[in-house]
Design a protein around this ligand. Structure first.
Ligand code: DX5
Ligand code: ZN
Length: 228
């Protein structure tokens, strides 16, 4: 079980301090949303910012989510900036095999993301080549949006394929995750939870992470099975 606060919802005037705060608060990973103003209608930050933040949270795993139309030109810069995992979007189509290969060749964990309107079947050819499948639960581009419940069957399908094919990729969810929706996602089979607004917006980041982790554990079907 991984709780990954999204830096997009942090105080942009003190990103180093915010990353350090997430580490102290018990986050497992830090999620970094990279937006290029083309793949999504917003711009966030680039490799120089990630490199500047990296020394402030040395132990945190950096989960870099590329919402970019040309990720091929960004893989090396983000790898050098300190990414531990790089996620690209399946909507990029025929570029995907080479992108996944390149991320692996850079020695980074390999992630694949899918947007709410895209059919889950699109990720099928890549399941044995990835470390993480990110099922987007909002349309990417902005923090603070409302969770789209229609995405829950895709989480169930992702977890079912993992079980049936004896694979071990993580199933991550991202967008509108709070103390209610984290429970629904955990029950559907997600194990890695990205949350921006609900964590960085809380009065106590530590308290919010601790509570979200407990709710996810309490709703984890694998743990529920053990209780029978
Ligand atoms: C959305 C980003 C998310 C975002 C989540 O485009 O991919 O990672 O930061 O923010 P919240 O948790 O506020 O929905
Ligand atoms: Zn994200």
């Amino acid at each position: 079980m991984i709780i990954a606060p999204s830096l997009l919802a942090a105080d942009f005037t003190s990103l180093g301090k915010e990353a350090a705060r997430a580490e102290r608060a018990g986050a497992d990973w830090l999620h970094l949303d990279i937006m290029d103003g083309q793949f999504v209608p917003n711009i966030s930050f680039g490799p120089a910012v990630v490199a500047a933040v990296r020394p402030h949270a040395k132990k945190l795993f950096f989960d870099v989510h590329l919402m970019c139309g040309k990720p091929e030109i960004l893989l090396e810069p983000f790898a050098a900036a300190g990414a531990d995992e790089i996620i690209v979007h399946v909507e990029l189509g025929e570029k995907i095999p080479q992108l996944l290969w390149k991320i692996r060749a850079l020695g980074k964990r390999v992630g694949l993301a899918i947007n709410p309107p895209t059919a889950i079947n699109e990720v099928q050819p890549y399941l044995d080549k990835i470390d993480l499948l990110l099922v987007m639960t909002v349309n990417p581009g902005f923090g603070g949006q409302t969770f789209i419940h229609e995405c829950l069957p895709k989480i169930q399908q992702a977890a079912a394929w993992r079980h049936d094919r004896k694979l071990s990729y993580r199933v991550e969810v991202d967008g509108g995750i709070n103390n209610e929706t984290v429970a629904e996602c955990a029950r559907a089979g997600a194990d890695t939870f990205v949350a921006g607004t609900s964590l960085f917006g809380a009065r106590s980041l530590k308290g919010a992470i601790t509570k979200m982790r407990k709710i996810a554990y309490d709703n984890d079907p694998a743990l529920a099975d053990l209780k029978v």
